[in-house]
Design a protein around this ligand. Structure first.
Ligand code: LLP
Length: 424
């Protein structure tokens, strides 16, 4: 569910007209809805709270990589949400947005020593260690500081899942996590170090998962491992269940509801007496954002092919080019008339800059506004300046107020970041 709805024949973001935003800020621009973020967070929070016996003092930590805009993070932080981070930059963003360090999880396959040191100084809740080599480096960094951080071992359960091969993370050949058969020994090794406090296990098997079965299998494995480790006299008090829950990209209902997901996880963890953590990214943010764009022109070919050329391109929203992802396209003020099949493309000079092929849309003309829905997660964060196009700005709406929460850089600012080599 989202709060981008038609009013008097035109699409609005909550109480703000998207046409008015386009006139003020220009296009392309991302527009986020506070009400939608809030709703998505509360649906998950309530689903988790319904099973507090199984989840203990559970933490929902938003995966900052999905949308790292400070105002988006602050909106979630005020609701009580924590942050799942994968770089010093993300930890800094979470802190700047008001997420307490005690609610920040630090994950990732390649944390540098400097980043580990930064996380220790910041006092993050937990560092998810993903390999023996990282464990050794963390021991050295922690020893150097006289610290003893809480850590979890991220397990690779050899269960991959997700909407596309490029976003599957739990498979055997994937770079993430420690294979379950090696993870036990690593946990024991961590426990033997005076510089680490192993508190639990973590897993994240993929993204845009629309089937509970692989998640359940992974959670069952975490449970088994917890019991085995405890049998060896080791303490396991936290399980980080990762993110990954898929969202409907074309309207409609969730294929897996947050309530069913939480009920499944609660069944698996029943009686285990752990604190659970969840790391949703897409679930909270995807349908809370749209990419607003204007039609530059319609190019019609003699063979009947029709290209709608937008001012948004693959550098602004990469998902269709990278994952063949589907994003619904809606006219902001739909014109009457039969739908026409068209290719929706951007101005970037490669064929990959195609958002959709043969998509049936109401008639569009040059100057019309459209939105890509489901663009609030992995949209702006994956944008670049490819083709020297300035980074797309971001707008946050809350009721009938709005704010430009990341400005569009000027061309002058874009060029000013570079220094001419002294011999030129
Ligand atoms: N936790 C960890 C350790 C992760 O690596 C991720 C996402 C998440 C949580 C959040 O997953 P989510 O709930 O959003 O599925 N750029 C891709 C998605 C990459 C996801 C990477 N990891 C896309 O646009 O589909």
């Amino acid at each position: 569910m989202d709060h981008f709805e038609p009013r008097d024949g035109a699409l609005w973001a909550e109480g703000v007209s998207l046409s008015a935003l386009a006139a003020e800020v220009g296009t392309p621009a991302y527009v986020y809805s506070t009400a939608t973020l809030t709703r998505h967070y509360s649906v998950l929070r309530d689903a988790v709270a319904a099973h507090s016996a199984a989840f203990g003092d559970a933490l929902i930590a938003f995966a900052v990589k999905a949308n790292s805009n400070l105002s988006v993070l602050a909106t979630l932080a005020r609701l009580g949400c924590g942050a799942d981070t994968v770089s010093e930059g993300e930890i800094r963003r979470a802190r700047a947005a008001g997420v307490p360090a005690g609610k920040i999880i630090f994950s990732g396959v390649g944390k540098t020593d400097a980043e580990l040191a930064f996380a220790l100084d910041a006092g993050v809740r937990q560092i998810n260690v993903e390999s023996p080599a990282e464990l050794d480096r963390l021991i050295a960094v922690a020893a150097g500081k006289g610290a003893c951080p809480d850590i979890a071992i991220r397990v690779n359960p050899k269960i991959g899942a997700g909407g596309h091969a490029k976003i599957t993370t739990g498979g055997e050949g994937d770079k993430f996590g420690v294979p379950s058969d090696e993870a036990m020994a690593l946990y024991a090794r961590a426990a033997a170090s005076p510089h680490l406090n192993p508190v639990g296990l973590a897993c994240h098997i993929g993204s845009q998962i629309t089937d509970l079965a692989p998640l359940e299998a992974a959670f069952r494995l975490l449970r088994q491992m917890t019991e085995t480790l405890r049998g060896q006299g080791l303490s396991v008090t936290r399980l980080d269940l990762g993110g990954g829950l898929g969202v409907p990209y074309a309207g409609g209902a969730h294929s897996v509801s947050p309530a069913d997901y939480a009920a499944m996880a609660a069944r698996v963890l029943d009686g285990l007496d752990v604190e659970a953590a969840f790391e949703p990214g897409r679930l909270l943010a995807a349908n809370a954002g749209v990419l607003l764009s204007r039609v530059i022109q319609i190019t019609e070919r003699a063979d009947g092919r029709r290209f709608v050329v937008l001012d948004a391109a693959m550098n602004d929203l990469l998902r269709p080019a990278l994952y063949d992802a589907f994003h619904e396209v809606k006219a902001v003020t739909p014109r009457p008339g039969a739908k026409i099949a068209c290719d929706i493309v951007g101005p970037v000079c490669e064929t990959g800059d195609t958002f959709a092929r043969d998509r049936a849309l109401p008639p569009l003309q040059a100057g019309d506004l459209v939105v890509f829905t489901g663009a609030g997660a992995y949209g702006a964060v994956m944008a670049s300046e490819y083709n020297s196009r300035p980074l797309v700005p971001e707008i946050l709406v809350d009721g009938d107020r709005w704010a430009l929460v990341r400005t569009r850089p000027t061309y002058e600012a874009m060029l000013a970041r570079e220094t001419m080599a002294r011999w030129l």
